[in-house]
Design a protein around this ligand. Structure first.
Ligand code: NAG
Ligand code: NAG
Ligand code: NAG
Ligand code: NAG
Ligand code: NAG
Ligand code: NAG
Ligand code: NAG
Ligand code: NAG
Ligand code: NAG
Length: 393
């Protein structure tokens, strides 16, 4: 190859890279659902246990249930993790992270985390990033059925084309637990409030806001409903994607826990089934993309299923007819959000998408709720905006 063919070749390479179809806007990235399916009874139990362990510091009061959840999760070898992940760049290296509304730390595996399950993931090589700075402080973070240990570091983090300069994050030397057994994500990108951070450092998104890298202090989440194989979504930082919903966003105030904002939780007025209001009061729901269920304490799940035609209960699990035709709507801030009938059922055995777990008056809205709305999370005025998803999006 002579000099000219090389130049022409380079020109075409650059030209073709540049003209590659742009699949997402610069402040939007696509999210992909982890493909693990909820096939086994063990899987359903995993969600309930993982959920209880994840939110134990916030609302779980039943210590006996917590201990048995911990024991069961230790015994699992293959996890049934559900969540949405996307690509980020740390320094000059690409990672896939789970975008988690229910935690507030960013961490990725370190190059020197050589043991399983780190060994099945991409790992950060400090020496290859000129912008990296080590911070000699150790950390550990618990995620329900998993824990990570390591030290802190500082580098520039890119999501789409939005940058957090000098972001402090965790570099894991050790991962434990079935939660990390999937190959689909390397680390976790926490999107809760700063007060929930285990490593006590501002979240990547809050730094983007402080550094004025984004226009508005909010991010929008859209989860696509399609075949199991193609579950996708999108995350828009610093704005909203108006093509994904119909009508207006209705904003709801986030509640504090122990005087601090921590998880994304709002009041829920009631549920209506076939036009009949169930008369729930004083309920709250945590928004969690990492859950394939809607979870409610036993007493609430029981009331809900009384109104679902043909539902049954067996050994802690609710089942519904596979093609249930009931019209379910969640009423929030005076607005009804209809649930698509396909979201009333989950898994291969026609499990109900509403299952019992949790304490008090706290529910968790996982994907069967979130797929029906476009949701916007505002970290400055502590609100969640909701609108029904656009059917044509
Ligand atoms: C966990 O596994 C051990 C050994 O296989 C078994 O003895 C124990 O009963 C299991 N614990 C639970 C909670 O299933
Ligand atoms: C990882 O590297 C750090 C120094 O950067 C070292 O202190 C630590 O012991 C290493 N961990 C392992 C598991 O090798
Ligand atoms: C990191 O901190 C530990 C304990 O505080 C100390 O023993 C060690 O020497 C420090 N390492 C470096 C490279 O500064
Ligand atoms: C939501 O919060 C705002 C600002 O704190 C307050 O003005 C408003 O009354 C609250 N709305 C509701 C429904 O509580
Ligand atoms: C709120 O968070 C701060 C620091 O993160 C903590 O010191 C304080 O105790 C928390 N407040 C309550 C009431 O828990
Ligand atoms: C946690 O919340 C408290 C009280 O709302 C606030 O004073 C403090 O700055 C918060 N801490 C962080 C790390 O955001
Ligand atoms: C309940 O389901 C059965 C069987 O699908 C159907 O015949 C019946 O009309 C349904 N009842 C109501 C109240 O929808
Ligand atoms: C009931 O559920 C528990 C926990 O999921 C399981 O260990 C047990 O085997 C189940 N019993 C039956 C009869 O299915
Ligand atoms: C929060 O900000 C949005 C615009 O970003 C606004 O529409 C909404 O009313 C605000 N909510 C509160 C509670 O202030």
């Amino acid at each position: 190859m002579n000099k000219y063919t090389l130049i022409i070749w380079l020109y075409f390479t650059i030209f073709f890279i540049d003209s590659a179809p742009i699949t997402s806007k610069s402040n939007s990235i696509s999210l992909k659902k982890i493909t693990t399916k909820l096939l086994l009874k063990e899987g359903l139990q995993f969600y309930k246990d993982h959920h209880m362990l994840k939110y134990q510091s916030i609302f779980v009061t039943d210590q006996a249930r917590l201990i048995s959840a911990k024991k069961r999760s230790e015994n699992l070898t293959r996890s049934n993790v559900i969540g949405y992940y996307g690509e980020i760049t740390v320094g000059n290296q690409a990672f896939r992270t789970l975008f988690d509304l229910g935690s507030s730390d960013l961490w990725i595996p370190s190059q020197n985390c050589t043991q399983h399950p780190c060994s099945i993931h991409r790992r950060f090589n400090e020496r290859l990033s000129k912008t990296f700075r080590p911070i000699n402080i150790s950390y550990s973070v618990k995620y329900g059925a998993g824990s990570v240990y390591g030290t802190l570091g500082q580098d520039n983090v890119l999501v789409g084309e939005i940058e957090s300069v000098g972001q402090i994050f965790g570099l894991a030397w050790k991962e434990e637990g079935s939660f990390f057994e999937t190959q689909e994500f390397d680390g976790i990108f926490g999107m809760g409030f700063n007060n929930l951070s285990s490593i006590k450092t501002p979240t990547t998104f809050s730094n983007m806001v402080e550094q004025k890298a984004v226009k508005d202090p909010c991010f929008g989440i859209y989860l696509e409903r399609s075949d199991d194989a193609g579950h996708r979504g999108s995350l828009t930082l610093g704005g909203i994607d108006k093509t994904k919903f119909t009508g207006n966003l209705n904003y709801n105030n986030v509640s504090k826990f122990n005087g601090n904002y921590s998880v994304w939780i709002i009041d829920v007025d009631d549920i209506s089934i076939n036009g009949h209001k169930l008369n729930f009061k004083t309920k709250k729901a945590i928004f969690d993309t990492g859950n394939d269920l809607i979870l409610m304490p036993d007493k609430d799940a029981k009331i809900y299923h009384k109104f679902i035609n043909g539902s049954s209960f067996n050994n802690g699990t609710y089942f519904v007819p596979c093609r249930t035709t009931d019209l379910v709507a969640y009423i929030i801030g005076g607005i009804s959000y209809n649930i698509d009938q396909s979201d009333l059922v989950t898994g291969s055995y026609c499990y109900s998408s509403v299952q019992p777990a949790g304490d008090g008056d706290t529910w968790t809205f996982g994907d069967p709720f979130l797929r029906n709305v476009y949701s916007v999370y505002n970290i400055k005025n502590y609100s969640i905006g909701l609108a029904p998803v656009s059917k044509t999006a």
